[in-house]
Ligand binder design. Structure first.
Ligand SMILES: [Zn+2]
Length: 218
């Protein structure tokens, strides 16, 4: 049972349970609409993926009182595609932003071949703000740090999230395992394929061989 928290102009946030919130960008084409997770850990919080970046996710979560000034918030991007890491730019001054080392250069340098830009005006069912231009949209170079397979994100008091490298969709795709709740956050390694969509393994930095190896590991 989910509990809608608010319906502001761009983001929609739902409380999934006592520790987890899901934010989506419902005015954008569903085929590239990522799940934005806020995991409230014992001592610090973790955001897993941060959306397009056309509106300020940090301000939105602060307005809902889901981010506190006195609690550290870490941002983790499951891979370098625009719909997962575009919003990292709004956290770069105050939060640590992590992405796997094999996708790191794409976000750190805002490289379009790696961040992609599958954005057309028709993908926006509502303008994120007055004067927005989909043609000018891109993921900017964003200050971030590289992580590797097996990295443990300490959320305090023994609470942690474990990063697992699952290349295939991109070179640096990761999934995140939260042992405390036996929860797995999969990014685009695997997702619901309804409405004629399918797993993407043909993108510029995709590899079918890597995908198969990762699937076997999973
Ligand atoms: Zn992707």
């Amino acid at each position: 049972m989910t509990e809608p928290l608010s319906h502001p102009s761009w983001f929609t946030t739902k409380k999934i349970n006592s520790y987890l919130y899901l934010t989506t960008e419902d005015h954008f084409f569903q085929g590239n609409r990522s799940n934005i997770w806020l995991l409230r850990g014992t001592a610090r919080d973790l955001i897993i993926d941060c959306g397009l970046g056309v509106c300020n996710l940090k301000k939105h979560l602060e307005n809902l009182h889901l981010l506190d000034q006195d609690r550290e918030c870490i941002v983790l991007c499951t891979h370098t595609h625009f719909d997962h890491c575009g919003g990292a730019q709004h956290f770069e001054n105050e939060s640590k932003i992590w992405i796997h080392q094999d996708d790191y250069n794409g976000l750190r340098n805002g490289r379009q071949v790696e961040t992609l830009n599958y954005v057309q005006s028709t993908y926006f069912f509502q303008q994120p703000y007055q004067g927005f231009s989909s043609r000018q949209y891109r993921v900017p170079a964003t200050k971030c740090d590289p992580i590797m397979d097996g990295h443990r994100i300490d959320l305090g008091g023994g609470d942690e999230v474990i990063v697992l490298h699952m290349p295939g969709h991109t070179r640096g795709s990761i999934v995140c395992y939260y042992p405390k709740e036996k929860a797995l956050f999969t990014g685009d390694f695997i997702y619901e394929c309804g409405h004629g969509s399918y797993l993407l393994d043909w993108l510029p930095t995709s590899s079918v061989q890597d995908y198969l190896r990762s699937a076997n590991r999973m």
